[in-house]
Ligand binder design. Sequence first.
Ligand SMILES: [Fe+2]
Ligand SMILES: [Fe+2]
Length: 205
Amino acid sequence: MALERPTDNDTEVLALARRNGWPDDLRHLIARYPREQWQGHANLGEMARFWLSRHDMFRELAGMIQEIETQFRAGALSPEQFARVFVPRLQFMLSQLDLHHQIEDFHHFPLFRAADERLARGFDVLEGDHHAIHADMEKTAETANALLRALSGDGDTLRRRGDDYADASGALIKGLIRHLDDEEDLVVPLILDRGEEALGVAHHG
Ligand SMILES: [Fe+2]
Ligand SMILES: [Fe+2]
């Protein structure tokens, strides 16, 4: 009986926390449509521009929230000031991310998978990312609530809750940034190659 060497499990190799971009077999379109060409390309339509602007908003919000946390922990914001700027921004980011992922999972990805079966595996990986990001979002919300409850307590507890939150949100943001970059590298070249109308993702009205 032949022994089989365990093959690399694809989903594990390409897991969000481990990968560093796409492997060669998922790079056939990005190789033809490098980032420098995106903005000036005629097929970058309204849908893609709006979608890219959402990604930029998430990057910006993530940076802003991290900056607020850094300032608070450095003593530059009072607990009241911290809560006032932190809560609405984190809440907005988490709720918008949830919505954004739903649109991708249920509307965009099925159309993209159908358009190019060589990329289908990449969209499975991206959908897996959404699950990983959701787990990190939950941890971030939990640790944020614990941190907010600790604002009125003693300094030691507050520091520990701050550390817990920093760990959870740090993991969330690191994964999110990786995900946004990789998703763009898969989606935008496909849109440039086929056009939004042909893919069925064009905005109308
Ligand atoms: Fe996504
Ligand atoms: Fe996205």
